[in-house]
Design a protein around this ligand. Structure first.
Ligand SMILES: C[S@@+](CC[C@H](N)C(=O)[O-])C[C@H]1O[C@@H](n2cnc3c(N)ncnc32)[C@H](O)[C@@H]1O
Length: 209
């Protein structure tokens, strides 16, 4: 890789198209989306190119990937992507740098963060989504999850163990626990979409009052 080439995640390369296909079915034709934990930027670049009615705000807790995010967006010809911002979900309010969001979001998308961060980030993600989603807005959470009464795939079992060895605070989360955190802030699981490689795309919305 040269100094200027964007960071590359083989998993993001594989899963970006199946996720985009699902987003096309779930999301309305247009809106403003916040991506949490953008990482390399492969997802936001692909989604922005494939969902022309949407404007995307990428973000991450680490600023060192911002060049990669903008690099992927340039490479994909993805306009309608705002410059990445520093956002640690544990901050309150978001983005936590004294420049509050001017608008609420029609969608908040977060992939592959909950298992690679302490469990407290789940409550923080839900609380932030409840604060920053429009009334009809959707929270989309992608990644591997453990499910009560469902056998865990050998791949996810091994992945969970390797995560916990790397950091005892990491690990694949129980879907029931994630859903409970959502309920605490008035969000409800609307859809649970099975995705390739034993991942799920979870769609949360505000519980009708
Ligand atoms: C495995 S990468 C996922 C990147 C991308 N979403 C994807 O699926 O390819 C995990 C990302 O979560 C981010 N992250 C970890 N803790 C976070 C936090 N507290 N708030 C926001 N982002 C966080 C990391 O900086 C990293 O970019």
């Amino acid at each position: 890789m040269t100094a200027n080439s964007p960071l590359y995640s083989p998993a993001a390369d594989r899963n970006r198209e199946p996720i985009l296909q699902a987003l096309r079915l779930i999301l309305p034709p247009q809106g403003l989306a916040l991506e949490i934990a953008s990482g390399t930027g492969q997802h936001v670049a692909h989604f922005a190119a494939g969902l022309p009615g949407w404007v995307w705000q990428p973000s991450d807790a680490q600023a060192d990937a911002f060049d990669s995010i903008t690099g992927w967006c340039a490479q994909m010809g993805a306009g309608r992507v705002k410059p990445p911002i520093l956002l640690n979900v544990m901050a309150s309010p978001w983005p936590g740098d004294n420049s509050p969001f001017a608008q609420q979001f029609d969608a908040i998308y977060c992939a592959n963060m909950l298992h690679i961060s302490p469990w407290a980030t789940c409550a923080a993600l839900m609380q932030g989504a409840a604060r920053h989603l429009t009334p009809a807005g959707l929270l989309l959470v992608y990644g591997p999850f453990l499910e009560a009464g469902q056998p865990t795939s050998p791949g996810n079992q091994d992945f969970d163990q390797s995560l916990r060895q790397r950091d005892p605070d990491w690990g694949i989360r129980q879907l029931d626990d994630v859903t409970r955190e959502a309920h605490h802030v008035g969000l409800r699981l609307r859809q649970r979409l099975p995705m390739p490689a034993n991942n799920l795309l979870l769609v949360f919305h505000r519980r009708p009052t």
